[in-house]
Design a protein around this ligand. Structure first.
Ligand code: GDP
Ligand code: MG
Ligand code: K
Length: 279
C-alpha cells in the first residue's frame, strides 16, 4: 500500500519541530532541499497499519516569493502535493498565524489544523472554540500542546481521515464584487487551459495571478498560454485600481485581514477574571 505523506507547515516558532519530534520520535532523517541550503527534515510513523511520512517544512509567515524558505514550502505543497498538510498554529498569536492558513486554504490543500500552545492560551485566560473554528474553515482543528504531546494522536487520526478525502473543501475569501468579477474572468481563462487545471487549484491561481505574485508567476513560466493570462491580468489590475483607488496588493491584503479578524473575533473569548466578575 502507498505510504501517506503529511507535511507540517506553520510560522517560525509555532511548535512545528516539537510536534514533528513527538510524531516521529527517533525515526528521522535530516538533509537539504534540492538546490538550496534550507534544512529538510523527514520522519515516519505507523498508525492504523499505515506508514505515514512526515515532512517538516521551513517555518514561514506566508507562501509568497520573499524568501528561499517560503519558495521551498510553497513549491513542495504545489508540486509534490502531500496527501495532507498539517498547519501548526501558535494559538497565542492567532491572527498573525492565520495569514499563512488563508493561503493554504486557497491553495486547496487537504488541511488539518493544530491549535498549538493551547496551554499558554489557557494561562492567558483565553478560550478558543476549536469546534467553531473548524466549522468556519471547513477543516478539522485540534487543540494541541506540542511539548507534552497532547493532541498529537488526534492530529494523526484526522490526517489519516483527511488523506482519503480527494475533494477537500476550498474556503473562499470574498474579495468584494469588483475583484470577484475579475477573478471569475481569470478563472475562466485558467479553466480553459488543461495543463494549468491539471496542476493547480484554479481559484487560487486566479488570485495569485491577479496579485502578481512573482514567485508563482516564475513557476508558471513553462506553461503555454501564460502570456494571454498576463495580458488579462494587466487589464484587470488597471480597471480595479482605477475603480477602487488602491493598488491591487493592498486591496487583496485588506480583504484577507478582514476575513482573519472576523474569524479570530468569532472563536476567541477572554475569560473574565474573578475581580471583573465581582465588580
Ligand atoms: P518551530 O520553529 O515551529 O519548529 O517551533 P519549535 O518546535 O522549535 O518550538 C518553539 C518553542 O515553543 C520551543 O521552545 C518549544 O519547546 C515551545 N513549544 C512548542 N509547542 C508548545 C506548546 O504547545 N506549548 C508551549 N508552552 N510551548 C511549546
Ligand atoms: Mg523548527
Ligand atoms: K526549533
Amino acid at each position: 500500500e502507498k505510504q501517506i505523506v503529511v507535511a507540517l507547515a506553520g510560522n517560525p516558532n509555532s511548535g512545528k519541530t516539537t510536534i514533528f519530534n513527538s510524531l516521529t520520535g527517533a525515526h528521522q532523517h535530516v538533509g537539504n532541499w534540492p538546490g538550496v541550503t534550507v534544512e529538510k527534515k523527514e520522519g515516519q510513523l505507523v498508525s492504523e497499519g499505515k506508514v505515514i511520512r512526515v515532512v517538516d517544512l521551513p517555518g514561514t509567515y506566508s507562501l509568497g516569493a520573499y524568501s528561499e524558505d517560503e519558495a521551498v514550502a510553497r513549491d513542495y505543497i504545489l508540486f509534490e502535493k502531500p496527501d495532507v498538510v498539517i498547519n501548526i498554529i501558535d494559538a497565542t498569536n492567532l491572527e498573525r498565524n492565520l495569514y499563512l492558513t488563508t493561503q493554504l486554504l486557497e491553495m486547496g490543500s487537504n488541511l488539518v489544523i493544530a491549535l498549538n500552545m493551547s496551554d499558554e492560551l489557557k494561562a492567558k485566560q483565553i478560550d478558543i472554540n476549536a469546534a467553531r473554528f473548524s466549522e468556519l474553515l471547513g477543516v478539522p482543528a485540534i487543540r494541541t500542546v506540542g511539548t507534552r504531546g497532547q493532541g498529537t494522536k488526534e492530529l494523526v487520526a484526522q490526517a489519516l481521515q483527511a488523506a482519503g478525502n480527494k475533494n477537500p473543501r476550498v474556503v473562499q475569501i470574498n474579495y468584494g464584487k469588483e475583484v470577484e468579477t475579475e477573478l471569475a474572468a481569470l478563472e475562466q481563462d485558467i479553466l480553459s487551459n488543461r495543463q494549468l487545471v491539471e496542476n493547480f487549484a484554479p481559484r487560487w491561481l486566479a488570485v495569485k495571478v491577479l496579485e502578481g505574485d512573482q514567485g508563482v508567476l516564475k513557476s508558471l513560466a513553462k506553461y503555454p498560454g501564460l502570456e494571454r493570462l498576463l495580458a488579462r491580468r494587466a487589464e484587470a489590475v488597471k480597471r480595479l485600481e482605477g475603480l477602487l483607488g488602491e493598488d491591487i496588493e493592498s486591496l487583496l491584503a485588506d480583504k484577507r485581514y478582514g476575513f482573519i479578524g472576523g474569524l479570530a473575533k468569532e472563536v476567541m473569548t477572554r475569560r473574565q477574571t474573578t475581580e471583573e466578575r465581582l465588580s
